[in-house]
Design a protein around this ligand. Structure first.
Ligand code: SF4
Length: 425
């Protein structure tokens, strides 16, 4: 491991010492031992990039080498080649879904979270089942195929609350995929109800849960995870719950919130932990990295991942995850233009229109889009847009711009109220 890359403040980038020396007028002379070392390092980077682009497996140490040393354009080219090996048709997908938050009351008090309120706080709220069903109905009317139910760890919500809510949604809207909760919720429900993780997963599945979201992964590496979420389950427990769920037929996604003070090595370790589980289960459908948002939370924005760091991580993820099919770029946290750029760094999915989102936007994410714009963004990035479902099956491939759907209502909303534009129609 590169000691220099192990500092939280170290910027990932190619050959930083050499560039600094050149800027300072002290560039390494050709033929010196330092120049020979540099040439050997460059050759190693090139050889690892070529192997990864060809579909070969790279180690975590090699991933760290690429993350910290590979030139950005070469990294993107290799990641794009790896993406095209899987998806030679250049289709990039998006989904229409709605994040419905059932409560903001939470006992876990993550330091990066701007959404939660402690039990008893005057701004705490709970949505009843009727409200949730109304929101599902609005989403269906706008073409949503997926609901992400997510919320705080309410001290009084046991397994029965989730069973009743999921069953009610499935009764009313059997066409909606319930891609919801995550390993952290399983841990919380098991504790609240006094049952095992396995029992929680089986009962959620039987009540209608189709797959788990990757929420709660944050960073799985122990040191930074404990620093930002000391009351959350350790990373190995999060992975163990996911592994159990995969074995019981519930697939999931895996996420990464980067930029809360972790080192470059800890970033790569997060990827390694996920890949090891994926080798055993094959249950992660996609990997979704995004960046920590700094407003209104206890970390107070002291750290944040830069755009370059994010793009490099996306590219390395495509090269490292030879066993996860899909890679999503985040327009919500990094902006629409950066989202477009991820499509040239190995991403094959641009996420959701997000008919409703309250959690990340509470912490400062202000980006919004709509279906028409998302399609345009993908096409302008020289890819073919397609609406997908939760299983990444293509529902509509938008090959002809003249046939693009136009509906201003299919747009992002950052609010905890029902969509007003739907309520009045
Ligand atoms: S991230 Fe989730 S578990 Fe953590 S405080 Fe926020 S709502 Fe609670």
């Amino acid at each position: 491991m590169d000691a220099g890359s192990d500092s939280p403040s170290a910027q990932a980038g190619p050959s930083a010492p050499t560039a600094a020396a050149a800027a300072a007028g002290t560039a390494t002379a050709v033929g010196t031992p330092a120049a020979v070392d540099q040439t050997a390092a460059d050759q190693t980077v090139s050889s690892v990039l070529a192997r990864a682009a060809d579909g070969g497996r790279i180690t975590a140490d090699e991933a760290l080498l690429l993350y910290t040393r590979a030139p950005l354009h070469a990294l993107g080219r290799a990641a794009d080649a790896a993406r095209r090996r899987r998806f030679p048709d250049d289709i990039v997908t998006y989904i229409i879904d709605r994040n419905i938050n059932y409560t903001n009351v939470c006992v876990t008090a993550c330091r990066f979270c701007a959404f939660y309120r402690a039990p008893g706080h005057k701004e705490g709220w709970v949505r009843d089942v009727d409200d949730i069903l109304t929101r599902c109905g609005e989403a269906v009317e706008l073409g949503a195929t997926q609901i992400m139910l997510q919320g705080g760890h309410h001290p009084e919500f046991g397994i029965e609350w989730y069973e009743g809510t999921f069953a009610a949604i499935k009764r009313a809207y059997p066409q909606l995929a319930l891609h919801s909760l995550g390993a952290s919720e399983v841990v919380h429900i098991a504790r609240t109800s006094g049952v095992s993780f396995t029992d929680v997963i089986v009962r959620l599945r039987d009540a209608g849960l189709d797959s788990f979201a990757g929420a709660g992964a944050e960073i799985l590496t122990e040191r930074p995870r404990h620093a930002i979420a000391p009351l959350k389950e350790p990373g190995h427990v999060w992975l163990s719950v996911m592994e159990t769920a995969h074995g019981l037929g519930l697939e999931s996604t895996a996420t990464f919130m980067m930029g809360t003070g972790e080192t470059n090595a800890e970033r790569i370790e997060h990827l390694r932990m996920i890949r090891d589980v994926q080798d055993r289960t094959g249950g992660f459908r996609s990997f979704i990295p995004w960046t920590y948002q700094p407003e209104n939370n206890h970390l107070r924005g002291r750290t944040q991942a830069s755009t370059i760091e994010y793009l490099r991580l996306v590219a390395v993820a495509r090269l490292f995850f030879d066993n996860i099919a899909h890679l999503q770029g985040s327009w919500l946290t990094t902006g629409k233009e950066v989202g477009q750029l991820t499509l040239h760094m190995g991403a094959d999915d641009l996420g959701s229109v997000m008919l409703e989102e309250n959690v990340v936007s509470s912490a400062g994410a202000r980006h919004r889009t709509n279906r028409t714009e998302l399609i345009h963004l993908i096409r302008a990035a020289d890819r073919t847009p397609a609406q997908r479902d939760t299983l990444y099956r293509h529902l509509v491939v938008h090959r002809d711009p003249a046939q693009d759907p136009v509906d201003d209502r299919v747009a992002s909303h950052f609010s905890s109220t029902a969509l007003p534009i739907v309520a009045t129609t």
